[in-house]
Design a protein around this ligand. Structure first.
Ligand code: ZN
Length: 60
């Protein structure tokens, strides 16, 4: 859907408020998929990926 590079996050929940060229939207929290460790903002389509080196409570 989007060619924007994924934002690497270090938690299983990302947040997005659409800063930048898209003009912004209400802040939303995106829970990353437990298997793919990635997610996408429903508003602007920004992709998020969990840092493979991140230490999260959900990682184990
Ligand atoms: Zn967004």
């Amino acid at each position: 859907m989007s060619n924007k590079p994924a934002v690497i996050v270090n938690d299983t929940t990302a947040s997005c408020e659409g800063k930048g060229a898209t003009g912004g939207h209400p802040r939303v929290f995106i829970k990353l998929d437990g298997q793919t460790r990635s997610g996408e903002c429903p508003y602007c389509g920004q992709a998020f990926k969990l840092d493979p080196n991140a230490k999260t409570s959900a990682a184990h």
